[in-house]
Design a protein around this ligand. Structure first.
Ligand code: DPP
Ligand code: ZN
Length: 889
C-alpha cells in the first residue's frame, strides 16, 4: 500500500453537477444505477483526460453508458479499486454507471450494509466507492436525487437526504421513494436507510419562524428511549442560533439509530445515522455519562450541518477543519448545558490521557496530517481533541466576539465550498485585523510542546517577571520544530490566595487574568505594581495544549491554589500536580526496591501519603461551597496513562499498584469523611431519576467516595456495595457499584455479575457495559474470563460496540500488561481475527500496541513481537498495515 501526500493535492479534472441514484434493494443482489452530469474542470481548450472513478473490489460493474450509449469494453478499464473511462467526450456529458453489490455480506460496515435486518450506509471517509464508481473526494460537490426501491413489507421506511419528492407502490410487493437534496454535497455525506423502523416526531421553530420537522427512527422495541436525544437535538438547534446565529436550512431533520456502526455517529445531510448507544437512553439502562455523551454527540452531529456540510473540507488532510471546529462547538454546548468548569476538566483529562501519548508515539501526526495510507486511521484524538484545542486558541486570543466575527466571515466567504484550514485561519485573521500566523504552525507540527516557566520577584521595584521557554520534541518525520504561538493565561495570587490586580508594563489595568502571547523560544513579561511576592497561576483554563513545567513551584504554592485559585481549572490542576508528584515519588521508591519488599512497605518507607495531602483532600471533600461534580474530579488521581507519560520505560503494573496504594491510604485515613459524603449525597428515596446538574453531582460524588472506599476490600464494604448494587434505582449507581465489585475477588462479584446479566439479557446496549466491566477488571488472571466471553451470547463479533467493549476495554486494563505477555497475545489474536471481518475495528484494536515505547524493555519486546506477528499476516488490510508498519519503523 502506498501513502497519499497532502502536498500532491490537485483539483479534480472533472466536477459533477447532479447525481441521480436508483437503488434496487434485494436480498441477493442490489443494483445501483448512477447517472452523473459531469463537466470538465481541466484547462480550457485542453484535451479531455481519462476519467478515473474510485471503486472497491466487492463492487461489480454491470453497465456503463456515455450520453445514453453503452461504452465498448475497449473504452474503459476496471481494477479492484477503480474504473477509468479512457476517452471521455469534450465538454459536459452524462455518464451512467450500473453496479451490483451485496450489502448483506458487507461486514466492513463501510458503504451500504445491513444492520439488524435493515439497510443503512456509512460513507465517510471513503465508503461511497463501495456503492458505485465515483469521484470519491470531498471537493466534488453535487446535488443528489435518490430513488429507493424495496420490498414494502420488509422495508416500509425508505429514507435519504433532503426532501421527499415522491413515493408509491410498484409491481408485486415492492414500493419506492424519491428524495431530493437541494444542497450540493460531497458523497461522504450521502445516506440511505431502508427498514422496518418506527419514529418519534417533534418540531422545532427556528428564530426566523420556520418550522422544522424532527424525526428519530429506531427499531420498534427501542422507540421509548429517544426522548432525551430529541430534547438534546432541540437544545442544539437553539444553541447554534443563540451563540453562532446559525439556523437549520431544511424542513426535515432525521436521526436513525443502528446497532452496527463503526463510529459514534454520522452527520449525513439531514439524515444523521447514529450508533444506537448514542441515541437510546433511559434511567434504567443509561448512566449519567451516557446521557452526557448523547447530548454532546447529538449536538456535534447537528453542528456539522454548518461546520462540515455547508462548508466542507477540500481534501481529507483538512479533516480537523470540520472536526476540531465541531468538537470545539460541542464542548461549548455541553459546557453551557451543564457545568462549564467540570466539562473543561474532563476534556483536558481526556486529552492528556490519550492525545498526549498518541503525540509521543509512532503514529504522532499534526492535526492536519501530511500523509496517510488509509484515511480512516486519522479519525484520531489528535485531529479531534487537539484540533479543538487549536480552535480554542483563536477563541482565547480573539475573545468570544472576535471569534464570532471570524466565524461569520468564514461562512460569508465559504458557504457551499470545500476549503482548507488555511482558509479558516485567514477568515479569523481578516475579520479581526490580526496576524495569526503563529497559530498556523500548530497545524503542521506534531508533538506536544513543553512550556517551561520561571519567575522572579523584584521586591524593590515591586515587579514580577515571567519568563517562558518552549520546545516541541521531535516526532516521526519531523526532527526539528519551530516555536508555536502559545496563549498563556495567567493570574497572580496573593498570600491569602486571592487574585492580585494585574498591571503589565505599558498595558494599564488588566483585571484578574490576562493572556500572554508566547511566540518565541524565549519570551518574558514583567508585571508592575505587584505589592507582595505572588504565587503565579499559569495556563489558566488550560489555555494551550502544552506540558507546563513551573520552576520553583512548591507544594505550598500548589496547596494554596488547590484551596483558593479563582480559576476552577487551575484549582483542580493544583490537586493533580500534588497527586502526580506523590505518585512519581512512590513509584520511584517502589521501582528501586528489591522485588521481595512488599509494595506497601516501599511506599511507607518513602513517606507514604503525607498528612498535608490527606488534609488538602479532606478540605475539598468537606468544602460546603464546592460543586459535587467538581469535588469528584478533584478527588480523582491522575489516570494510568497520564502517570505512564511521566515515566521513562514505565512498569505499568507497578504504576497501577502505586495508584491503588494511594487510594487505599486515602480510604483508610478518611473513611469517616467518605462515608459521610456517601450518606449526605444519597438521593432521597422516591426521587425519580433526572439527568440534571444537581442530581448528577450527588451521584458522582457519592459513587466516587464509594469507589475509593472500595479499594479497602473489606468484607463489610463489599457487602455494602452489593447492597447498593441491588438497591440502585438507576444505571448510574448500579454500574458504579458493579465496577468496584468487579475488581474484588469476592463471592459478591460473581453474584452481582449474574444478577446484572439476568436482568438485562435482552438489552444489547446494557450488555455492552457488562462486557466492558469484566474486560477492564484488574483481578490477576482475568484474561481467561475475557477470552471465554468471546463465546458468550452477549458478544457478537460483527458488532463493533461489542469489540470496543471487550477488546478495547481489556486493552485499557492492567491485565493487558500481564508480565507473561498473555494480554498482548490476546489482543494480537483479536486484531488478526477482526481484520478478516472489519478493517476499521481491527485497526483501532491494533492501536493498543502503538504506545509500546512508553513501557519497560521486556514489555516493549513483547508488544513489538505482536506487531511483527500481525505484520506477517497475509492479506492484511491497509488499515492495520499502516498502524503496524508505522509502529515498527
Ligand atoms: N461522524 C464522525 C463525526 O462526526 C465523522 N464525521 O465526527
Ligand atoms: Zn464530527
Amino acid at each position: 500500500p502506498q501513502p497519499i501526500f497532502r502536498a500532491d493535492y490537485k483539483p479534480p479534472a472533472y466536477l459533477i453537477d447532479t447525481v441521480h441514484l436508483t437503488f434496487s434493494l434485494n436480498e441477493d443482489v442490489t443494483h445501483v444505477t448512477s447517472r452523473l452530469a459531469l463537466k470538465p474542470n481541466y484547462a480550457e481548450n485542453g484535451a479531455a483526460p481519462p476519467l478515473l472513478l474510485n471503486g472497491r473490489d466487492d463492487v461489480k460493474l454491470v453497465g456503463l453508458k456515455v450520453a445514453g450509449q453503452a461504452v465498448p469494453e475497449s473504452g474503459y478499464e476496471v481494477t479492484p479499486k477503480s474504473l477509468t473511462l479512457l476517452s471521455p467526450p469534450a465538454g459536459p456529458f452524462e455518464l451512467e454507471v450500473v453496479t451490483a453489490i451485496k450489502p448483506q455480506d458487507n461486514s466492513l460496515l463501510e458503504g451500504l450494509y445491513k444492520s439488524g435486518g435493515n439497510y443503512c450506509t456509512q460513507c465517510e471517509a471513503e465508503g461511497f466507492r463501495g456503492i458505485t464508481y465515483f469521484l470519491d473526494r470531498p471537493d466534488v460537490m453535487a446535488r443528489y436525487t435518490t430513488r429507493i426501491e424495496a420490498d414494502a413489507g420488509k422495508y416500509p421506511v425508505l429514507l435519504s437526504n433532503g426532501n421527499l419528492k415522491e413515493e408509491g407502490q410498484l409491481e408485486g410487493s415492492r414500493h419506492y421513494a424519491v428524495w431530493e437534496d437541494p444542497f450540493p454535497k460531497p458523497c461522504y455525506l450521502f445516506a440511505l436507510v431502508a427498514g422496518a423502523l418506527v419514529k418519534k416526531e417533534d418540531t422545532y421553530t427556528t428564530g426566523s419562524g420556520k418550522t422544522v420537522t424532527l424525526r428519530i427512527y429506531t427499531q420498534p422495541a427501542n422507540i421509548s428511549q429517544v426522548d432525551f436525544a430529541m430534547v438534546s437535538l432541540k437544545k442544539s438547534m437553539k444553541w447554534d442560533e443563540d451563540v453562532y446565529g446559525l439556523e437549520y436550512d431544511l424542513d426535515l431533520f432525521n436521526i436513525v439509530a443502528v446497532d452496527d456502526f463503526n463510529m459514534g455517529a454520522m452527520e449525513n445531510k439531514s439524515l444523521n445515522i447514529f450508533n444506537s448507544r448514542l441515541v437510546l437512553a433511559d434511567p434504567d439502562s443509561s448512566t449519567d455519562g451516557d446521557y452526557a455523551r448523547i447530548e454532546g454527540v447529538v449536538g456535534h452531529e447537528y453542528f456539522h450541518n454548518w461546520t462540515g456540510n455547508r462548508v466542507t473540507c477540500r481534501d481529507w488532510f483538512q479533516l480537523t477543519l470540520k472536526e476540531g471546529l465541531t468538537v470545539f462547538r460541542d464542548q461549548g454546548f455541553s459546557a453551557d448545558m451543564n457545568s462549564a468548569p467540570v466539562k473543561r476538566i474532563e476534556d483536558v483529562a481526556l486529552l492528556r490521557a490519550s492525545q498526549f501519548s498518541e503525540d509521543a508515539g509512532p503514529m504522532a501526526h499534526p492535526i492536519r496530517p501530511d500523509s496517510y495510507i488509509k484515511m480512516d486511521n486519522f479519525y484520531t484524538v489528535t485531529v479531534y481533541e487537539k484540533g479543538s484545542e487549536i480552535i480554542r486558541l483563536y477563541h482565547t486570543l480573539l475573545g468570544p466576539q472576535g471569534f464570532r466575527k471570524g466565524m461569520d466571515l468564514y461562512f460569508q466567504r465559504h458557504d457551499g465550498q470545500a476549503v482548507t484550514c488555511d482558509d479558516f485561519l485567514a477568515a479569523m485573521a481578516d475579520a479581526n485585523g490580526e496576524d495569526l500566523s503563529g497559530v498556523g504552525r500548530w497545524y503542521s507540527q506534531a508533538g506536544t510542546p513543553t512550556l517551561t516557566v520561571s519567575t522572579a520577584y523584584d521586591a524593590a521595584k515591586k515587579s514580577f517577571t515571567i519568563s517562558t521557554h518552549q520546545v516541541t520534541p521531535p516526532t516521526n518525520g519531523q526532527p526539528d520544530k519551530l516555536p508555536v504561538l502559545i496563549p498563556l493565561k495567567v493570574g497572580l495570587l496573593g498570600p491569602d490566595g486571592q487574585d492580585l490586580p494585574l498591571h503589565l508594563e505599558g498595558k494599564g489595568d488588566l483585571g484578574a487574568s490576562t493572556v500572554l502571547r508566547c511566540d518565541a523560544e524565549h519570551n518574558s513579561f514583567t508585571f508592575t505594581d505587584v505589592a507582595v511576592e505572588p504565587v503565579p497561576s499559569l495556563l489558566r483554563g488550560f489555555s494551550a495544549p502544552v506540558k507546563l513545567v513551573v520552576q520553583g513551584q512548591t507544594d505550598d504554592h500548589l496547596r494554596l491554589m488547590f484551596a483558593h485559585d479563582s480559576d476552577p481549572f487551575n484549582r483542580w490542576e493544583a490537586g493533580q500536580r500534588l497527586y502526580m508528584k506523590l505518585l512519581l515519588q512512590l513509584y520511584g521508591a517502589a521501582a528501586g526496591a528489591a522485588s521481595s519488599v512488599p509494595l506497601a512497605d516501599c511506599c511507607a518507607a518513602a513517606g507514604g501519603v503525607p498528612g498535608e495531602l490527606v488534609a488538602a483532600f479532606r478540605a475539598v471533600l468537606e468544602d460546603g461551597k464546592l460543586d459535587g461534580s467538581f469535588k469528584a474530579m478533584a478527588m480523582r488521581l491522575p489516570s494510568m496513562a497520564e502517570i505512564v507519560d511521566r515515566i521513562d520505560e514505565a512498569d505499568p503494573v507497578l504504576v497501577w499498584q502505586v495508584r491503588h496504594y494511594v487510594y487505599q491510604q486515602l480510604a483508610q485515613q478518611l473513611r469517616p469523611q467518605l462515608e459521610a459524603a456517601i450518606k449526605a449525597n444519597d438521593v432521597p428515596p422516591g426521587t425519580p431519576y433526572e439527568f440534571n446538574a444537581q442530581q448528577c453531582a450527588r451521584r458522582v460524588l457519592r459513587n466516587m467516595s464509594e469507589s475509593i472506599l472500595g479499594s479497602l476490600e473489606s468484607p463489610e464494604i463489599q457487602e455494602q456495595l452489593l447492597r447498593r448494587f441491588r438497591e440502585a434505582t438507576n444505571m448510574t449507581d448500579r454500574m458504579a457499584a458493579l465496577t468496584v465489585l468487579c475488581d474484588t475477588d469476592t463471592p459478591g462479584r460473581e453474584q452481582a455479575l449474574q444478577e446484572f446479566y439476568a436482568a438485562n439479557k435482552d438489552k444489547p446496549l446494557v450488555l455492552l457495559k457488562w462486557l466492558a466491566v469484566q474486560a477492564s477488571c484488574a483481578l490477576p488472571g482475568n484474561i481467561a474470563k475475557v477470552r471465554a466471553l468471546m463465546g458468550h451470547p452477549a458478544f457478537t463479533i460483527t458488532t463493533p460496540n461489542c469489540c470496543y467493549s471487550l477488546f478495547l476495554g481489556f486493552a485499557r486494563s492492567v491485565n493487558f500488561h500481564a508480565a507473561d505477555g498473555s494480554g498482548y497475545e490476546f489482543i494480537g489474536d483479536s486484531v488478526i481475527k477482526m481484520d478478516k471481518i472489519n478493517h476499521q475495528v481491527a485497526s483501532r484494536i491494533a492501536g493498543a500496541f502503538t504506545t509500546f515505547k512508553q513501557y519497560d524493555k521486556e514489555r516493549q519486546a513483547m508488544m513489538v513481537a505482536q506487531l511483527r506477528r500481525i505484520a506477517a499476516v497475509e492479506g492484511l488490510s491497509e488499515n492495520v498495515f499502516e498502524i503496524v508498519t508505522k509502529s515498527l519503523q
